[in-house]
Design a protein. Sequence first.
Length: 335
Amino acid sequence: MALSLDKDVLLFFEDVDRDTFVRGDRRLRRFLRKTWYLARSGRPKVTGFEMWFLLLEKALRSVGRRVHVNAYSLARRNPRFPVGMTGYPHILDRWTLANPAVLGPGLIDHPNVLPDLMRDPRFKLYVVTSDWYAAMFAKVYGADRLAPWYAGIDLAAWPDLSAHPKDVDVLLYDKIRWRRDELEPGLLDPIRRLLAGRGLRVETVRYGKYDLAEYRSLLSRSRSMFFLCEHETQGLAYQEAMASGVPILAWDPGTWVDPQAKKHDAAPIPATSVPYFGAECGERFGDAGEFAEVFGRFWERLRTYRPRDFVRRVLSMDGSARAYLAHLERAAKME
């Protein structure tokens, strides 16, 4: 089959599972894992890296590309055609294709995990999904080897819900991952007390413990969402809320607090919980001491925010596809 950069994309994806006993047994375990999760929760289990892959594939198909997934023989017959490698790092194990490659989204959290990765002449560019993430990778791989990209938000899949009847004042999205023993009393409790003192109705969703239908229903009922997360490399959940027309008040402490951070950098690594954000989206606060003042401003301006307009302009599916295609074209020309 003859391939054309104007028509075809070769994508390779590996999920979290990897072979253990015999070659290919990861596929059986992946099927069993997803079947068990579906039976238990009523929804399929999708990892973050898989969601990135699925949104990338969707964006590319939306602009008319034929996307070939894990087509090893096709890539081998076209060794000069660029490929995209996404998902978990074991996709690199025993990688034998000679094709020029764009790595990511996904793979590794910090470049020091694989500091020599981009010395492989086949690997041309590394995908970074936000500015703070790019700054971290540039120190090791060099800014010229980075490929800025974002997963597009499908506005048809996430329609404007701003005119829907509202009976919830604040949807509290809790994605606090570390130091909960400190942050429950130091951040969550003061927020809840202030909201209760104002007589506001609050609903809470905890990351990893809700299903998509529940989240969509709560967005349709909510006037606002508070997004509580230490940092995000993109942050699909809050962007889906913005696409739905729900203004965001975000906790944004400002550094990468993943426990592995100290293994790679002695100094704090700047990061953000809302890497795609603007004045029309809502407000941000750094700690509990700032919350009351910022909340007052946010609540006063609530009706003036237009987060869906931001998503339409900055996080479109078309823009996502075009950016990735440009990186593939660039990789094909690199020596």
